[in-house]
Design a protein around this ligand. Structure first.
Ligand SMILES: Nc1ncnc2c1ncn2[C@@H]1O[C@H](COP(=O)(O)OP(=O)(O)OP(=O)(O)O)[C@@H](O)[C@H]1O
Length: 277
């Protein structure tokens, strides 16, 4: 049977409408992500990457077009989608076990089995012994691992990652990239990562989608070579195929950023500060 993809955005357009007027964030966006595939979205600031994740998560409804997961239309947030953000948003008054269990508690699924699964997750993420501690007693990397446990606890099929490593220092970031990559792979989850870090995109993904400047449209798709997909992000960074891929991405982003700034220059030159070019 042909693979129609776990996740599909079909001709999706999103316009934000508020007091400031209407703003086109994503325009006629088409993307299919296969079951178990890891895709990264990169592109200039404001090009619509987070908007795409919010549409997949059901936090926003498309103005036009359709988002489907497993063939079913996304009409609102569902437990089958997990979301990991730059900030961990742990509750300071709840201990680590309770923070990791919060999604299950909200969904009314905090059964004894689920509790023991959360304990297993904390163990898997090397957080054993922290269960009764509070977030302020943990390092940034540990807190982000608790956030990962909280996301995995509800057993989502699709993981959305919005710059989850960008607030961490380099050493912790590299370790956490490996851990997240490994947990996602072992569970066969489908993942979409938004990142400004091109090396991270190259090291973690099966496929990289380069978006053009606002409004979000796909400018280019790069398939990551098989030998990099098979290895952990840390190992991928050391592989001979890594540098050429990174350089290609860098050049593509350079072209895109240059296009953005030439538009700004053109706008300045023409005195058209408010006009959409
Ligand atoms: N709530 C909102 N209301 C109006 N416009 C918005 C809103 N959220 C985002 N936008 C606009 O939509 C466009 C896309 O924003 P989005 O946050 O998706 O971009 P991004 O690529 O994730 O940016 P960054 O890389 O800087 O995080 C931008 O022009 C932004 O100003």
């Amino acid at each position: 049977m042909p693979d129609h993809g776990k996740l599909r955005l079909h001709n999706v357009t999103h316009v934000y409408v508020n007091d400031g007027g209407a703003s086109l964030a994503v325009d006629s966006f088409n993307l299919t992500v296969g079951q178990g595939e890891f895709v990264s979205l990169v592109g200039p600031s404001g090009c619509g990457k987070t908007t795409v994740l919010h549409l997949i998560a059901g936090l926003l409804r498309p103005t036009r077009g359709e988002v489907t997961i497993g063939g079913a239309a996304v009409t609102g947030p569902t437990a089958s989608v997990g979301y990991m953000l730059q900030q961990d948003y742990l509750f300071p008054w709840r201990n680590i076990q309770d923070n990791a269990s919060i999604g299950l508690a909200i969904n009314g699924k905090l059964t004894p089995d689920a509790k023991s699964r959360v304990r297993g997750l904390l163990q898997e993420l090397e957080l054993s012994g922290t269960e009764l501690r509070y977030p302020h007693e943990l390092s940034g990397g540990m807190r982000q691992r608790v956030a990962l446990a909280r996301t995995l606890a509800t057993e989502p099929d699709v993981m959305l990652l919005d710059e989850p490593f960008s607030a961490l220092d380099m050493h912790i970031k590299l370790q956490l990239e490996d851990l997240v990559w490994d947990t996602i792979r072992r569970r066969g989850q489908t993942a979409v990562l938004v990142t400004h870090d091109l090396a991270e995109a190259a090291a973690m993904s099966d496929r990289i989608i380069v978006l053009g400047r606002n409004p979000g449209r796909i400018r280019l798709t790069l398939d990551v070579p098989e030998e990099l997909r098979r290895t952990s992000p840390m190992e991928a960074r050391r592989h001979p195929s890594f540098q050429p891929l990174f350089e290609q991405l860098w050049e593509e982003m350079d072209v895109e950023e240059a296009a953005s700034s030439s538009v700004d220059v053109r706008k300045e030159r023409n005195g058209h500060h408010d006009e959409k070019v």
